[in-house]
Design a protein around this ligand. Structure first.
Ligand code: SAH
Ligand code: SF4
Ligand code: F3S
Length: 487
């Protein structure tokens, strides 16, 4: 019982706004220099850091987990909310003393903040030597070499083509079981609150064969799960014309029809039945029944959909330029339940206190949550981002304390829904993929079921990460299931 109580994660509004970061791990292949990367923001950024590490590795750098050992420090940054940017600025201040003791150290800001602020970052943050946006990572070795000679540099060129398809990512922070694969870059959606279209540029899809090959290589190395990443995976699109352009050595039997997301999912699912497939993020306006039927057809496509709603009120959704309304969203949820059943996990992102949101409209978010019964949500209060449509057109008029109170209500609602949903799993037998030992105790193992829920089991000494195992769920908290092995 004790560990169950410890596992209850009540997220406070401030924690929900907090920005986690991941660092590189030690890798020593005898290269002359050391690179330390700290990654903030979304999975896309973590995935990009693996591309950056690969590019730098080709140019004489091993990774390190200790920034004091590093010749180059990169912060791969996020601009999604003001707080995310503030966290990076504070971190840069902390690196001031490191640089004082080691003037030859090169410090780079990469990612979305680099793209948003460009040259301004060099003016505002004196310790920064290079500023490089998400489409310019191939230029990093040149920019770092110039910085080592005392010339600061900026490259924030946004491309219509770059997908880094040919770069084999160095797997950072890897448990050796699960990995990310970027299938597209950028976003064409222009949600009014969102900075991503400005920091990541136009949407483009990656060659499906390079995606399938990456999945195959991962499986051959022992990985058991891949997550296909894009800001809006449902608009993935690869046409035969592009295929012809990009692949001069195309074989006759290769794609002659358009590859949409459903088709891509199928291609990756066919790599091996023992390779699990996940994906993120689905957009309510674009998710098709064809995708849902493909998920149903293949056991190895996990039954879990991250389907951010943002708000439960149609007027607010219109202001947000999400291009769907409450009814459309609920119809998509109905289709998920009809095709994939009650057990399919559904999660969401919510924004509390968007411009002009009334108390009644906020209540609509809470009632929608009750109808959908989300398993999990990422919850935020609105943070105005310079340059976005909302910043230009609307006034950020909801007082901070009101935003925080509404967010707290959303979080409280989600906690009780998560518990309610998890309780439905008690008594069921589910397959989990073991990812490693539990954070809390070596005597326990942590895995995930198809619906993306963390399941804790006892470590019997026989099971190891990468194993699939059948477990019977006997207890739960809002954040975790507890199971015992039945096979
Ligand atoms: N492409 C994804 C979202 C990526 S950003 C989608 O469309 O669902 C991740 C989440 O951050 C968003 O879903 C939204 O909930 C939140 N977010 C984005 N901009 C924000 C802002 N200005 N203030 C608060 N939260 C924001
Ligand atoms: Fe931002 Fe909307 Fe694109 Fe998501 S779909 S990244 S919220 S603009
Ligand atoms: Fe942040 Fe950029 Fe991702 S703004 S959420 S790191 S796409």
């Amino acid at each position: 019982m004790e560990n169950i109580i410890k596992d209850i994660d009540i997220i406070s509004p401030d924690e929900a706004q907090a920005c986690d970061f991941k660092t590189t791990e030690e890798e020593n292949t005898g290269k002359s220099k050391k690179l330390y990367i700290e990654s903030y923001g979304c999975q896309m950024n973590f995935s990009d850091s693996e591309i950056v590490a690969s590019i730098m590795k080709e140019n004489g750098f091993d990774t390190t987990s200790d920034f004091e050992q590093a010749d180059v420090i990169f912060l791969n940054t996020c601009s999604i909310r003001e707080k995310a940017e503030q966290t990076v600025r504070n971190r840069l201040n902390q690196f001031n003393t490191v640089k004082k003791n080691k003037p030859e150290l090169t410090i780079g800001v990469l990612g979305c903040m680099a793209e948003r602020l460009k040259e301004k970052l060099l003016e505002e943050e004196k310790i920064v030597d290079v500023v490089v946006g998400p489409d310019a990572y191939r230029d990093l070795p040149n920019l770092v070499a110039s910085a080592e000679e005392g010339n600061k540099g900026v490259n924030t060129f946004l491309s219509r083509e770059e997908t880094y398809a040919d770069i084999s990512p160095v797997r950072l922070n890897s448990n050796g079981v699960t990995a990310f694969i970027s299938i597209m870059r950028g976003c064409d959606n222009m949600c009014s609150f969102c900075v991503v279209p400005f920091t990541r540029g136009r949407e483009r899809s990656r060659d499906p064969y390079s995606i399938v090959n990456e999945a195959k290589e991962l499986f051959e190395k022992g990985y058991k799960e891949v997550t296909l990443l894009g800001q809006n995976v449902d608009s993935y699109k690869w046409s035969p014309e592009e295929n012809n352009k990009a692949r001069l050595n195309k074989k006759e039997d290769e794609v002659s029809t358009l590859v949409n997301f459903a088709k891509l999912l199928e291609m990756v699912a066919l790599v091996d039945p023992a390779l699990r497939i996940r994906f993120s993020t689905s957009h309510p306006k674009d998710i098709t029944d064809e995708v849902l039927y493909t998920m149903k057809k293949y056991d190895n496509i996990c039954k879990y959909i991250h389907l951010p709603v943002q708000s439960g009120n149609s007027r607010v959704l219109e202001l947000m330029n999400r291009t769907y309304d409450r009814d459309w969203y609920l119809d998509r949820v109905r289709a998920i339940r009809e095709i994939l059943g009650e057990e399919c996990g559904i999660s969401s992102d919510m924004i509390a206190g968007f411009c002009t949101e009334t108390e009644e409209e906020h209540q609509d978010t809470l009632t929608l949550m009750d109808i959908v019964k989300y398993d999990f949500s990422y919850m935020f209060y609105y943070s105005e981002r310079p340059g976005t449509l909302a910043a230009k057109k609307y006034t950020d008029d909801i007082p901070l304390e009101v935003k925080k109170r509404r967010l707290a209500e959303i979080i409280e609602k989600q906690n009780s829904l998560s518990l309610e949903r998890n309780k439905l799993d008690i008594g069921k037998i589910q397959e989990i993929l073991i990812e490693g030992t539990s954070k809390r105790s070596e005597a326990q193992l942590k895995g995930r079921n198809s619906a993306n829920k963390v399941v804790i089991i006892d470590n019997d000494g026989q099971l190891k990460k990468g194993d699939y195992v059948q477990v019977k769920i006997y207890d739960c908290s809002p954040a975790t299931l507890f199971g015992e092995v039945v096979s």
